[in-house]
Design a protein around this ligand. Structure first.
Ligand SMILES: [Cu+2]
Length: 474
């Protein structure tokens, strides 16, 4: 703890020095002392926010996944040639908290791949980032991932190699870590929300990372799906209380989910339970973000249909239809949704010094003609920042460009504490935050899990063209 405080102090000294250049009225003697006290307070408030270790493991959940070409009916009667795990778009793996997942991936693709367990706090060597935490799994080769998740919640798994093509072609699934002590919903649904760029005959447009994608917010498709199906009808019963675990797996598209006529509440964001339920309203679900919704089908809604919409663009997209069966109502389960086990106040988070400001920008040149950069660097060969575990940090993302950048930090959770310098209190943790054009966002975090963790834009084309770095936590 002492050494981490010293580091924070050193970092805060650098920051206060740069502040001093701009604001000569500050007193050089008092600032470092104040910073130390503020940071110490924030660290104390953080204690107990989420588990430091995985619960004792008593069961191993073994799985085999084959990544290979498959046929899938996105838009029947057409069959689309996709890449999928075990022939299925959006497979779901459910394990209980405390169980170890031991999953062997067999690569039957024509190119190297890996699996990244998005949002899962796990040993660094299992994080699936080629060139950072493992070597890519070559065609015909296999690799076994083995870890015990520390948190219950909704997570996403997908390749971290040639992602703009591999994820777009359909490789992805949902990992649900269930806490057996949590109350049961009438239905617990897992939805991968995605878009596909399809040509005539429902064929995937097979030019990836184009200049157009790079100059804009990545590749936006023309068909929006839930679990690889266009506007699926989901059977529900009157009175049912439903949990919908929603993952945005699009290469670049942002969704703003809404449920027609029904009041839905967000109970978890990016896997972790929120401090308290939040009405679903204008929540920007950026690529990489997850939300868990809690909603109840009205008892008098037999035979009705409720659309689940995306209101991000000017014109709403229909994601899916909740089709209420024409039956008598079931008993609605009544319980308080799971809330964060502890949520730090962090009232003084914006008094802490900014440890580092990440500059997000683009420049001409590079393999794709445009290079997206973090601090003028591209690619994960660079270490953007070194952090001490258990210390509080305030980091800033400053977007110098006019495009969107959903920034994703592997292996850690953080809170948004300010947007464009104005303090913000979101009431939940994140692992991905959308940075708007010319916007700056401050986050507060206390890293727990050690290792070399990727930090990148989750618009896959931006990441592929350089907006990718790493953070070392020691
Ligand atoms: Cu980006």
């Amino acid at each position: 703890m002492k050494s981490s405080l010293l580091l924070s102090l050193r970092l805060s000294l650098c920051c206060s020095l740069s502040l001093l250049i701009a604001q000569t009225s500050h007193s050089e003697e008092t600032l470092p002392v104040d910073n130390e006290a503020v940071v110490k307070q924030l660290q104390q408030e953080f204690q107990g926010s989420y588990p430091e270790t995985a619960p004792p493991s008593n069961k191993v959940h073994s799985r085999e996944l084959v990544a290979a070409e498959a046929e899938w009916g996105i838009l029947p009667p057409y069959q689309t040639s996709v890449w999928a795990y075990n022939g299925k778009i959006a497979p779901v793996i459910r394990i209980n908290l405390g169980e170890t997942l031991k999953l062997t991936l067999h690569n039957k693709l024509p190119q190297a791949t890996t699996i990244h367990w998005h949002g899962v706090r796990l040993p660094n060597a299992m994080d699936g980032v080629p060139g950072v935490t493992q070597s890519a799994i070559e065609p015909s080769a296999s690799f076994t991932y083995e870890f015990t998740p520390k948190d219950a919640g909704t997570f996403w798994f997908h390749p971290h190699a040639n992602s703009p093509e591999q994820i777009e072609r359909g490789l992805q699934g949902i990992l649900i870590v269930e806490n057996p002590d949590e109350p049961k919903y009438s239905q617990d649904l897992a939805w991968i929300v995605d878009d596909w760029l399809l040509e005539k005959g429902a064929k995937i447009h097979d030019r990836f990372v184009t200049g157009h994608d790079l100059m804009h917010d990545g590749r936006w498709g023309n068909v929006v799906t839930v679990n690889g199906l266009y506007r699926p009808s989901i059977p529900v019963k009157p009175g049912e209380r439903i949990r919908i675990r929603m993952v945005n797996s699009a290469n670049g598209r942002v969704f703003a989910p809404a449920v027609e006529e029904i009041e839905a509440k967000i109970i978890a964001v990016d896997g972790l339970p929120a401090r308290q339920p939040i009405p679903l309203q204008n929540f920007y679900l950026a690529p990489g973000n997850r939300i868990d919704l809690d909603l109840t089908i009205p008892k008098n809604a037999a035979g009705k249909t409720f659309a689940v919409l995306d209101n991000f663009g000017k014109k709403a997209n229909t994601l899916a239809m909740l089709q209420v069966e024409d039956t008598t109502a079931v008993t609605t389960p009544t319980f308080k949704p799971t809330q964060a086990m502890h949520f730090p106040d962090w009232q003084s988070a914006n008094d802490a010094p900014v440890t580092h400001e990440f500059m997000l920008n683009a420049m001409r040149g590079g393999e794709h003609g445009i290079t997206w950069t973090i601090d003028d660097h591209s690619g994960h060969d660079t270490i953007a920042l070194e952090l001490q575990a258990q210390s509080f940090y305030r980091l800033r993302f400053t977007n110098r460009s006019y495009r969107l950048h959903p920034m994703h930090l592997h292996g850690q959770f953080f809170q948004v504490i300010a947007v464009d310098g104005r303090p913000v209190r979101e009431g939940f943790w994140r692992d991905t935050v959308l940075i708007g054009p010319k916007q700056s966002v401050d986050i507060g975090l206390v890293p727990i899990d050690k290792g070399l963790w990727a930090l990148h834009c989750h618009i896959l084309e931006h990441a592929e063209a350089g907006m990718m770095s790493t953070i070392r936590v020691q």
